[in-house]
Design a protein around this ligand. Structure first.
Ligand SMILES: Nc1ncnc2c1ncn2[C@@H]1O[C@H](COP(=O)(O)OP(=O)(O)OP(=O)(O)O)[C@@H](O)[C@H]1O
Ligand SMILES: [Mg+2]
Length: 333
């Protein structure tokens, strides 16, 4: 994807009617811009198609009216009138207020509880937004998503058997492939034995507007409350999916310490109850060896090394006892 010069960034902002006097590049495609009178905004390139973006925008404006704090446009302000603009390179940009505050820390149970509460409020407010109909739903795709990912892992294991990677990597995958596949199979078995089939038959009843990638980097805390940001992955799904994402993103770098998940779930349950099936569906995603899958995928953020693979497998093993604790939590509540 392309980079933008500061002149380019100014021109994009100008399409929203704002003048930029200072700017920082957060990463390629995300800029923090400041106006001469000191107002701060985030200018972000979105990779989704315009029809999808329009839907996301409609849903978020609805949610926003119902209370939850979001970093999204305010259509009442001049700069919030346009949902998005197109750059000269043909890429779509959105402009949202820049929320000052801090990232929640998984080491703070108070922060994690706040994230759980904010997620539940988002789901609650999104319910009415979906009254007009269910679009962009991924409720029905769970099985095929897990299956496709498992097949991808299987392909890599076959390659390792043929010694197609470096010697240490091939040997590591040869040795541990069966264990990794066992986790994938367990995830699919959990899904089959859950009430997923009946849930997916009634999306109107069970679908919620999901953020799609909740986690510490997509919440901001300040004295007004807990904000959600980064809405590119918004879609309709079962709420267990969002809870899984927040739990995964919050626990993965903290050795799968269950107290983090407990705080998130406690917060969520302060707003609304969770059912047995919700817990089971959260377990489905957590049990899939997603960390290993990410290392096997040619992603730039994870180097494909033996030590990364070891780290991922260590995660998958910790998740076993983590899931045990999740079951105990479920029984207690
Ligand atoms: N409106 C905003 N207000 C405050 N901070 C923001 C805002 N938009 C982005 N940021 C900061 O920039 C970071 C990256 O932005 P964002 O989450 O939108 O992009 P991303 O790269 O898709 O995120 P992810 O890391 O979740 O993949 C955020 O984690 C946050 O620290
Ligand atoms: Mg983000």
């Amino acid at each position: 994807m392309s980079e933008y010069s500061s002149t380019h960034v100014k021109k994009i902002a100008k399409q929203f009617g704002i003048k930029v006097s200072a700017q920082n590049r957060i990463r390629g495609g995300i800029y923090r811009v400041v106006t001469p009178d000191g107002r701060k905004f985030s200018l972000k390139r979105m990779t989704k198609q315009t029809a999808r973006l329009r839907w996301i925008d409609r849903m978020l404006m609805h949610v926003q009216r119902n209370g939850p704090l979001l970093a999204w446009r305010n259509p009442q302000t001049p700069e919030g009138r346009k949902p998005h603009v197109i750059s000269r390179k043909g890429e779509i940009f959105v402009l949202t207020p820049w929320i000052s505050g801090r990232e929640p820390s998984p080491l703070s149970l108070t922060d994690m509880r706040a994230c759980g509460i904010a997620l539940a409020k988002f789901h609650k407010a999104g319910k009415t937004a979906l009254k007009g109909g269910i679009f962009h739903s991924q409720i029905g795709t769970w099985y095929s998503t897990l299956h496709t990912r498992q097949q991808y892992i299987q392909k890599k294991i076959a390659k390792a058997r043929a010694n197609s990677f470096s010697r240490p990597i091939s040997r590591f995958i040869q040795r541990n492939g069966p264990e990794i596949l066992r986790y994938a199979n367990q995830a699919k078995a959990l899904l089959r034995s859950s009430e997923y089939e009946s849930y997916r038959q009634s999306p109107r009843q069970n679908g919620v507007l999901c953020h799609g990638d909740g986690g510490p980097s997509n919440f901001i805390l300040n004295d007004k409350g807990t904000y959600l940001i980064d809405f590119e992955t918004v879609h309709v799904d079962l709420r267990a999916y969002d809870l899984y994402r927040v739990i995964y993103n919050s626990c993965k770098d903290y050795r799968w310490d269950f107290s983090i998940a407990k705080a998130i779930l406690d917060g969520y349950r302060e707003v609304t109850n969770l059912k047995k099936t919700d817990y089971k569906l959260i377990r489905v995603w957590l049990r899939f060896p997603f960390t290993t899958y990410l290392v096997l995928c040619p992603f730039k953020r994870f180097p494909f090394t033996e030590s990364r693979l070891k780290w991922a497998l260590d995660s998958e093993r910790r998740i076993s006892s983590f899931l045990q604790k999740l079951e105990e939590y479920e029984t207690r509540h």
